[in-house]
Design a protein around this ligand. Structure first.
Ligand SMILES: Cc1cc2nc3c(=O)[nH]c(=O)nc-3n(C[C@H](O)[C@H](O)[C@H](O)COP(=O)(O)O)c2cc1C
Length: 406
């Protein structure tokens, strides 16, 4: 169940995870992950307001039920940038999956492939883009670039990514320096498993987050977007857009898409939730390029609202990493399926047969106090009961036909 990389414990599980929601995984993962690794994932910057508010802010929007629609069997299949996907849920780029599992990004990509989801790999991945592509063939994959000050490094990375058959680049622009993350300081977090592109380029393992960011460019402008497009010859999405002005600049520089993200609340604390900024960014983009939204997505309803408010795909970060630690590739698949199944229930209940229909669903912003109510996944309000062998859920049920109707 556990193997060691130079003394660092890594999961080697590969099993589906039983769960009723993805929030509960954050508690369960503590049993299989060292403290510094857990806090590296499960934390945000400063007082962590943005981190928490990212999820809570989805309550600012309400889904209007639709009933007399004469519709059944909704499908979560979707097409994105020419890729056929089984779900609009995607895997966000996250550094160092080796803190969660010995097979690191290879296992995550296998889980994404099994769920039919778009996978994206970080510049700070442990495993090489060639290893990941070798294990998963031509399943849909994007690559996230942290622009380095060193353009030889950028070119080496982009050449490898392109040769490995990745379908697009996400250029991250919101993390020019690391946010002030106290949890990393308290636990003296350093990346315990080497990061492939840095090993290739002769920088060693055991780097702190601050050292990693010192390598990356602290200034990025529209010209860099143009240059990355030219060098990679792939579609380039700009990740970390939180206002209309930056969306215009990205599109003006030829960006093929944008990612509305606040880095999961890890950079500017008290930055607004992504879902609150999405409507005005979507209005500025006005359908010219596709939009991905991430940060705080934990529920099918969050996916539904993001799509209805202008996103084309919706990214999840921390939950899939917990799935990876608890169940390897199959755990990642379980997490994506869980959120996708919740999403599918809502498609049925709103008369949306396709993901395209969801993009036109009726979402309102009614200003009442729903957002002050606690979530039922908050440990303080959860209603636990003894779970016995008899009342555990078995496997993953089909979301619509398998769900209780009462
Ligand atoms: C542990 C961790 C590492 C991350 N590493 C990267 C990274 O290497 N590159 C990047 O663009 N974003 C990175 N992110 C941000 C994610 O891509 C994504 O924006 C965020 O996790 C979404 O929020 P969520 O975790 O609340 O779903 C990281 C996030 C976490 C939690």
């Amino acid at each position: 169940m556990t193997v060691f990389y130079k003394g660092f414990p890594q999961s080697d599980r590969n099993q589906a995870i039983k769960m009723v929601n993805v929030d509960e995984l954050e508690e369960r993962v503590k049993k299989v992950m060292p403290e510094a690794a857990y806090y590296y994932i499960a934390s945000g910057s400063e007082n962590e307001w943005t981190w928490r508010n990212n999820t809570a802010a989805f309550n600012h929007f309400q889904i209007i039920p639709r009933s007399l629609t004469d519709m059944d069997n909704p499908s979560t299949d979707t097409k994105f940038m020419g890729m056929d996907l089984k779900t609009p849920v995607m895997i966000c780029p996250i550094a160092c999956h080796g803190i969660a599992h010995k097979d690191a990004e290879v296992a995550t990509a296998e889980g994404a492939k099994a769920a039919g989801a778009l996978f994206s790999s970080s510049t700070y991945a442990n495993r090489s883009v060639e290893d990941i592509a070798g294990a998963t063939g031509d399943s849909p994959k994007f690559f996230q670039l942290y622009l380095s000050k060193d353009w030889d490094f950028n070119k080496m990375v982009l050449d490898a990514v392109k040769a490995a058959g990745y379908k697009g680049i996400m250029l991250t622009v919101d993390a020019l320096v690391s946010g002030y993350r106290e949890a990393n300081l308290r636990t003296n977090f350093t990346y315990p498993v080497p990061l492939d592109f840095f090993t290739r380029y002769g920088k060693g393992e055991g780097m702190s987050v601050a050292q990693m960011y010192a390598n990356s460019a602290q200034k990025i402008g529209p010209k860099d977007v143009e240059k990355i497009k030219e060098l990679s010859d792939l579609p380039v999405f700009v990740k970390g857009i939180m206002n209309a002005e930056d969306a215009y600049l990205a599109m003006g520089a030829g960006a093929d898409g944008i990612v509305v993200s606040n880095h999961g609340g890890r950079e500017i604390d008290t930055a607004p939730a992504t879902i609150d900024m999405l409507p005005e960014i979507a209005a500025a983009v006005n359908g010219r390029v596709p939009i991905i939204l991430d940060s705080g997505v934990r529920r099918g309803s969050h996916v539904f609202k993001a799509l209805a408010l202008g996103a084309d795909l919706v990214g999840i970060g921390r939950p899939f990493l917990y799935g990876l630690a608890l169940g390897g590739a199959k755990g990642v698949e379980s997490v994506i399926n869980q959120i996708n199944n919740e999403f599918k229930i809502l498609m049925q209940l709103t008369g949306c047969k396709t993901v395209e229909d969801v993009k036109h669903a009726d979402i309102r912003q009614i200003n009442y106090t729903a957002d002050n109510l606690p979530s039922n996944t908050d440990p303080a309000v959860r209603k636990p009961y003894p779970v016995t062998k008899d009342n555990q859920l078995e496997g993953t049920q089909d979301a619509v036909s398998g769900a209780s109707k009462h």
